[in-house]
Ligand binder design. Structure first.
Ligand SMILES: [Zn+2]
Length: 276
């Protein structure tokens, strides 16, 4: 069997604070991921508690960075009145690199009403612009309203786990934003996403896992983690007729640029796991 190709892996979107990682989080983050080439993870917050967890993970793992934001599915009675002040304070931490994960989700019937979701999303877009941070946008079955707010606020950032059509992708690109693509590009029912992945300029692509969710084929159904990034890259490379390495290296450069990681990333030797 040929030796497994070695890549330096950057994951622009993951949730390692999720309870799916409770049983083996320390071993995974301190050993398995670094040993397999994972050099950078942006861990996205979704609610007040997970923003604190994201910052905590970034504080003790030198290759981790935090997004802080309120996800549209987490807008409920637990959201404290001073939530925006919490985000503002956390964004001052050196490990915080973006406002995310924020956006609109019209899929789940028990999510907050659309008007409330738009209000919370807009407030976070305004905060990101005010403080000069990029955003990480979640858009599920809410394309028109997401686009309307992105047109209005013109943030820097990425529409993650992109699920729109080619026309929407072109508009996101014309707004100067990036497009996040992960495991879904390997799914057998991927159709619109294949058109987007074929056409996306390499300098606007961010690879992501959304771990523990969105596990690529052939592991769909299992828990996802950042070591699966090359599977999505391989599919995009095939569609564009280039090498997997080109796709991964372009995405890594884009992640460094968008989240302004130069100077924050540690040299690989600093990351060698310490085995006691
Ligand atoms: Zn996510």
């Amino acid at each position: 069997m040929p030796a497994k190709e070695y890549y330096e892996i950057y994951d622009s979107h993951a949730h390692y604070d999720d309870s799916a990682f409770d049983s083996d989080r320390a071993r995974l983050l301190e050993e398995t991921l670094p040993i397999n080439g994972v050099r950078c993870v942006i861990n996205m917050g979704t609610r007040i508690r997970s923003c604190a967890s994201s910052l905590g993970l970034a504080g003790c793992n030198p290759y981790f960075f935090a997004g802080v934001g309120i996800h549209p599915s987490e807008i409920d009675e637990d959201l404290p009145e001073n939530w925006l002040d919490c985000l503002r304070a956390w964004l001052a931490e050196k490990e915080a690199v973006c406002v995310g994960e924020i956006g609109l989700d019209y899929h789940w019937k028990d999510n907050a009403p659309r008007e409330r979701q738009m209000e919370v999303f807009a407030a976070q877009l305004a905060l990101a612009n005010e403080l000069g941070y990029p955003v990480c946008v979640h858009d599920r079955e809410a394309h028109a309203d997401v686009l309307a707010l992105l047109r209005e606020y013109k943030p820097q950032g990425v529409v993650h786990c992109f699920s729109g059509n080619l026309e929407m992708a072109r508009e996101i690109l014309s707004l100067g934003m990036y497009i996040g693509i992960g495991g879904a590009v390997t799914f057998k029912n991927a159709r619109k996403l294949l058109d987007v992945a074929r056409e996306i300029p390499l300098d606007r692509l961010l690879l992501e896992t959304d771990a523990p969710y969105m596990t690529p084929e052939p592991y769909r159904g299992q828990r996802n983690d950042s070591t699966n990034i090359p599977l999505a890259a391989e599919k995009i490379a095939l569609l564009q007729g280039i090498s997997t390495r080109e796709v991964i290296e372009a995405s890594n450069a884009n992640i460094r640029r968008l989240f302004r990681l130069d100077g924050l990333l540690h040299a690989p030797s600093d990351l060698d796991p310490v085995i006691y």
